[in-house]
Design a protein around this ligand. Structure first.
Ligand SMILES: CC[C@H](C)CCC(=O)Nc1ccc(S(N)(=O)=O)cc1
Ligand SMILES: [Zn+2]
Length: 262
C-alpha cells in the first residue's frame, strides 16, 4: 500500500505536486476519515435530496475536471436536512479520478482509496443570492460526495460517458440536458459529515461535506473514458490526459467527523 501511496503522490497533477497550503487554513479538504475517531450523531437528520432532470443545462471541461452544470435560478434541484440548517441549490457536479483503478478519490476511509469520487456542489440559497457569493461564506456550500468503485456497468452513467468525447479538450462546452443525478446516489442513506473547504482553488473554507458511506459501481470501461479527457485545450501542442486530478489530503486540525449511523 505504501508503494501505491508513494506512486500515487508522484503521479499527482502538477497543480498539486507542490501541495498548495491555504494561508492559515484550519479546515481544509480532502481528509482521511478515520472511523475510530468519527462520532455517531443521533441528532443528524436524514438527507432530503430533490433533483429535477429538467434543470440540467450543459457539460464542460474546465481544464481540471468535467462539470455538468444545472440551472440554479430556482429551488427545483436542492438538498436540505442532514447536517444542513438551510436549503442548498444544485449548481454542478464533477468527478476526481486516477490514472488507474488503484487511486483517484480525494477522501479516503481508514486510508482506503477509491478509483474515483463524485462531487455534487450546492450553495446556500436561503442566505445568499448566487454561487459566487456563497463560496466566500463559512456556511455557503454543501458538497455531497459519492465514492466510485469498479464493478458492473452503471446504466445511468452511460449517457454522461457518451457525452465526454465532445468535451475532450479544456474549455469545450456542449449542451447536456435531462440528466437526473439521483441515479448516481447509493440507496443506503448512511453518510459522514464534516466542515471543510473546496479542494481546488480558491480553496475557500465554506463547505459542509456530506460523504456517502456506500460507493456506487461503474465499469472499468466507463472509468477509462474519464481518462480519455485532456487537461489541455485544442490549440496546445502537448496533449496531457486528464488523470490524477485529486488534491493531497489535508490535516484534520481541530475537527470531528460525524456519522449519521452507529
Ligand atoms: C471564482 C470561483 C468560482 C466561481 C468557483 C467555481 C467552483 O465551483 N469551484 C469549485 C467547486 C467545487 C469544488 S470541490 N472539488 O467540490 O471542492 C472545487 C472548486
Ligand atoms: Zn470536487
Amino acid at each position: 500500500a505504501t508503494c501505491a501511496y508513494k506512486l500515487r503522490h508522484e503521479q499527482m497533477h502538477p497543480l498539486w505536486q507542490t501541495p498548495v497550503e491555504a494561508p492559515g487554513g484550519n479546515r481544509q479538504s480532502p481528509i482521511n476519515i478515520h472511523l475510530r475517531d468519527s462520532i455517531f450523531d443521533p441528532t443528524l437528520q436524514p438527507l432530503s435530496i430533490r433533483y429535477d432532470a429538467r434543470t440540467c443545462r450543459q457539460i464542460w471541461n474546465n481544464g481540471y475536471s468535467f462539470l455538468v452544470e444545472y440551472d440554479d435560478s430556482t429551488n427545483k434541484s436542492r438538498i436540505c436536512g442532514g447536517p444542513l440548517v438551510d436549503h442548498y441549490r444544485l449548481s454542478q457536479f464533477h468527478f476526481h479520478w486516477g490514472e488507474n483503478n488503484l487511486w483517484g478519490s480525494e477522501h479516503t476511509v481508514d486510508s482506503k482509496v477509491y478509483p474515483a469520487e463524485l462531487h455534487l456542489v450546492h450553495w446556500n440559497a436561503a442566505k445568499y443570492t448566487k454561487f459566487e457569493e456563497a463560496i466566500m461564506e463559512n456556511n455557503g456550500l454543501a458538497v455531497l460526495a459519492v465514492f466510485l468503485k469498479v464493478g458492473k456497468r452503471h446504466e445511468g452513467l452511460q449517457k454522461l460517458v457518451d457525452a465526454l468525447p465532445a468535451v475532450r479538450h479544456k474549455d469545450s462546452v456542449v449542451e447536456f440536458t435531462n440528466f437526473d443525478p439521483t441515479c448516481m446516489l447509493p440507496t443506503c442513506p448512511d453518510y459522514w459529515t464534516y466542515e471543510g473547504s473546496l479542494t481546488t482553488p480558491p480553496l475557500t473554507e465554506s463547505v459542509s461535506w456530506i460523504i456517502k458511506k456506500r460507493p456506487i459501481e461503474v465499469s472499468h470501461d466507463q472509468l477509462a473514458v474519464f481518462r480519455s479527457l485532456l487537461f489541455t485545450s485544442a490549440d496546445e501542442q502537448e496533449q496531457k490526459s486528464m488523470v490524477n486530478n485529486f488534491r493531497p489530503q489535508q490535516p484534520l486540525m481541530n475537527r470531528t467527523v460525524r456519522s449519521s449511523f452507529s
